[in-house]
Design a protein around this ligand. Structure first.
Ligand code: SF4
Length: 306
């Protein structure tokens, strides 16, 4: 049973929050404190925050379709009809992409995004790799018995406590098999072993906190859906988790230093949140309009030696 928390304004660690903090303090400010900005105001910042991109949307749609697939497996063990499943994914791709504003269009890198050629082929490839791969038959054989205990993209942000510290680690899919708890995280982007292994540690602590399971019984896996299906798992023990908790504590404290009032999570004035000097980061940032770095992408290209 997932434990619930009363709301408090205190800052909570998450992997994406700390990654943004390390990448660019100004991006972190816009992303997490839009209401504090009096220069541009929250409405403008929310508009930019909500921009998507082609790679992001491929991941979002694949996650959405996998969520539906797992919920369907929970209802009936009837085999999945491949063609119907991929037709559903096509429809979902069109529906979801139509509703989004793409940063590539907003920043005039292209006139429009064509979901049929720019999104659908990769979504279809990712989902085909999943349903043609070994994991679904295994799931139907080994995990179906306890299907009522499956947790599929739980509501909320995945709040938990890591050694007493507020943190957020949201799992994609958690299910029991015998005495073990398995956690799956679907990826459509590039492999990043350092980042993903940190994420897996977060999932283990989340599952331990909510289910009280022994660390050695929690089996987290990153499932790469592209270019072909591949998995990476880690075995963790309580010493790994102690190290992880120490790291979360020091990362949280680093972020606290940018708070004027930690308990209320009120930020220091914006000028304390420096803009990065690295234009390669700006080239992919949704807020580049606010920093006068709309052309960061082309200046990076001009810098290239060939
Ligand atoms: S455009 Fe660059 S400096 Fe501005 S928030 Fe984004 S990454 Fe930071």
């Amino acid at each position: 049973m997932v434990r619930k928390f009363d709301y408090t304004p205190l800052l909570g660690w998450s992997i994406s929050r700390y990654d943004t903090f390390k990448l660019c303090k100004r991006q972190y400010y816009y992303q997490y404190y839009p209401k504090s900005d009096t220069e541009f105001g929250p409405t403008k910042i929310y508009t930019l925050r909500d921009l998507t991109s082609v790679p992001l949307e491929i991941g979002n749609i694949a996650h959405e379709v996998i969520k539906t697939l797992l919920k369907r497996l929970q209802k009936t063990a009837k085999p999945i009809e491949r063609d119907r499943f991929l037709e559903y994914a096509e429809k979902k791709t069109r529906d979801l992409s139509r509703k989004k504003v793409f940063s590539e269009v907003y920043y005039k890198e292209t006139d429009a995004i064509d979901p049929e050629t720019q999104i659908l082929p990769r979504v279809s490839a990712a989902l085909s790799n999943l349903i043609d791969g070994p994991r679904l038959p295994w799931l139907m054989e080994e995990a179906i018995e306890k299907k009522d205990e499956w947790v599929i993209e739980p509501e909320g942000y995945g709040e938990c406590r890591i050694d007493g510290q507020k943190a957020y680690c949201k799992v994609d899919f958690l299910f029991p098999v015998g005495e073990e708890i398995h956690i799956y995280d679907w990826k459509t982007g590039k492999r990043d072993d350092i980042k993903h292994s940190k994420q897996l540690r977060g999932y283990v602590t989340w599952a331990h906190f909510h289910y009280g399971a022994d660390y050695t019984k929690i089996k987290p896996t990153v499932a790469y859906l592209l270019p072909e299906y591949d998995e990476r798992s880690v075995e963790l023990n309580e010493f790994d988790i102690e190290d992880f908790a120490d790291r979360i504590r020091s990362e949280t404290e680093e972020m606290y230093e940018y708070c004027d009032d930690v308990a209320q999570n009120r930020p220091l004035p914006k000028e304390h949140f420096e803009m990065t000097d690295n234009l390669r980061i700006c080239a992919f940032c949704n807020y580049r309009e606010l920093c006068g770095r709309e052309n960061a992408g082309s200046s990076v290209e001009e810098d290239l030696p060939f």
